[in-house]
Write a protein that binds this ligand. Structure first.
Ligand code: FES
Length: 118
């Protein structure tokens, strides 16, 4: 297991999400949502279709109320807390969770092997 530093907690504003490219692939491979003081990490891949990424624009992972994660391709909505699709073409499927390791000084680290799996 090999972990990499992703960001400080303060880099992700409450009620917002942010994408990251820790493998320098030229596109974000994971994103983190900061909601109600908690942090949630997911792979940036929609379960509906192939390896489609979610946002229509950098860091636009949430709906207008910042209540749900949204896939721009076909409008699937996902619970922030669980990653489960509640509405759309992949209803009841889920985003792939990425476990976040919150360390000293509010650093967020992730296991790089979980990112490489796609
Ligand atoms: S690819 Fe995400 S809803 Fe279709």
């Amino acid at each position: 297991m090999s972990k990499v530093f992703i960001a400080h907690k303060s880099d992700i504003t409450e009620g917002q999400a942010k994408g990251f490219d820790p493998l320098n692939q030229g596109r974000d491979s994971l994103f983190i949502v900061h909601k109600n003081g908690e942090y949630y990490g997911y792979k940036d891949i929609c379960p509906h279709y192939g390896d489609t990424t979610l946002p229509w624009k950098k860091d636009k992972y949430l709906d207008s109320k910042s209540d749900q994660i949204v896939c721009a391709a076909h409008g699937a909505l996902f619970e922030i807390r669980t990653g489960i699709c509640t509405q759309g073409p992949c209803k009841n499927q889920a985003l792939t969770n990425i476990e976040l390791d919150i360390r000293q000084h509010n650093e967020i680290w992730v296991d790089i092997t979980t990112i490489k799996e796609f």
